[in-house]
Write a protein of this length. Structure first.
Length: 114
């Protein structure tokens, strides 16, 4: 069994690109989320081309500076948390990953000691 097979049915959309923005991987949820833009056919294309100017520039800066970006968004009444971050292998920068997870209406927040 492929040790990365779990990501295909993960409850969030996972999209992975290389340092230049070329889409390397999309799990099933990501393919469905971007169906109108081409779904799995987006593999091998540049994810920067999928964003409007302002978002493209923000993402380009994040990728160049290797920064993490976390925010929430709501569309059609569905709230999501977007987590964008660099990924590495043996300390070497490999590109960027975006995880998009639907959020429930109310989310408990806990403050734990320690």
């Amino acid at each position: 069994m492929d040790k990365h097979a779990w990501v295909q049915e993960f409850a969030g959309a996972v999209t992975v690109c290389d340092p230049e923005g070329i889409i390397l991987e999309m799990n099933g949820r990501s393919e469905r989320m971007f169906r109108d833009q081409g779904g799995r056919r987006l593999l091998g294309t540049n994810l920067l081309d999928c964003h409007p100017d302002q978002a493209r520039e923000k993402l380009r800066q994040l990728m160049e500076q290797r920064l993490t970006n976390v925010y929430t968004v709501e569309k059609n009444g569905i709230k999501k948390m977007i987590y964008q971050a660099p990924w590495y292998i043996d300390g070497q920068y490999q590109g960027f990953v975006e995880v998009s997870v639907e959020l429930p209406e109310a989310i408990p927040h806990y403050i734990r000691p320690g």
